[in-house]
Design a protein around this ligand. Sequence first.
Ligand SMILES: [Zn+2]
Length: 358
Amino acid sequence: MSAPIETAHGAIATPAFLPDATRGFVRGLAADDLERCGAPALVMSTFHVMQNPGSSVVRALGGVHGLAAWRGPILTDSGGFQIYSLVREQPKRGSIAERGITFQPEGAPRPFRLTAEKTVTLQVGFGADIVVCLDDCRHADDSEADHRISVERTIRWGREGRRAFDRIAPHERRPLLFAVIQGGASKALRQYCAEELLAIGFDGFGFGGWPLDAAGDLLVDTLAWTRELVPAPLPLHALGIGHPESIVRAAAMGYALFDSALPTRDARQGRLYHVQEGLEQVDLRQPGWFDRIYLRDEKQARARGPIDEGCSCPACARFSLAYLHHLFRNDDAQVARLATLHNLTFMARLTARLRLGR
Ligand SMILES: [Zn+2]
């Protein structure tokens, strides 16, 4: 367990799982729903929000908190990872260069350009509680030479982001500034990146690069080294980690923050998080402690009990699994909301248990 992260909109007890409100909302859920399922903070995507509804609209509404009527902390990402992913898929539509990254979505009148300074300026303008510097992401399979270029660029962008932040961030209710540690699977590059960023000085860090290998397994060694490179009081965010088993492992290494679209996407597809022995009782060190209930399964048609007896979410408090199965089969809109409330409540219960150190 690490110390709570103090922000202008309250403290985040850690480890914490932050739902992805990519475009300013978690699909199907209102802000009070998110409060009900114990979401400690939200993550929003700078790249998406700057396009839709657009930066000037967000500022006119009082920032991302005003947009979403969310009272708790909000972390906005740098936008770098989204653009990297899009440029990798559609190289003709964008580029990543020393000055920054550029992408022109289909149908957009002009390209979107992000520099180290611009992403920090946008996030501070949005009123984010945690602002993340631009980083240069690479694929895990890229060469060490490519990863070295990305580390040098990430350090330079971190320095430029820090400078912009110091110039423009308000002193009252000042946001926190995070940087992202790159370096692929190279221990030397991760160390170099971490040391240089620590020397610049940040309030916290993110683990950069995809945290899973091609088989979908957690990159345990790389994650563990990287945590050791950052002094314990500084929080480290495991970007993109959302599988409950992965969260348990990374939290044991000392990772403080997690975010992923996995639990909400699973919910919409009828995959409900479940622990046979009960989430508060099960031995989390035992492999296979976690499972999912599939709403589409015919065997749920007569299941009279809730998804989980130990869960107090609105789906479990009132409805049988059989009824949820019936809604799912009939494609009723409320089932996505109920399932999302359940999976996010599960994530909140899991991280609450990890905070107790059990
Ligand atoms: Zn539930």
